[in-house]
Design a protein around this ligand. Sequence first.
Ligand SMILES: [Zn+2]
Length: 68
Amino acid sequence: MVCFCFLVDQSKKVRRTKPAAGICSRCGGGASVADMKTATRFCYVPFYWKRWRAIICTFCGAVLRSYP
Ligand SMILES: [Zn+2]
């Protein structure tokens, strides 16, 4: 019998940010370019990392635009 573990989650970390032009469409806060790192974890053991760049709101943390 196969037992599946569904404890898969993702943790998103902002590595560093740089101020960028633009404002957040949700709260009107300032936008910044951020280097993001997403770790996918399986039973709390990270097994996949992805680095990506996004424009996020410095106030509410919303992702305004992401780059592949
Ligand atoms: Zn915002």
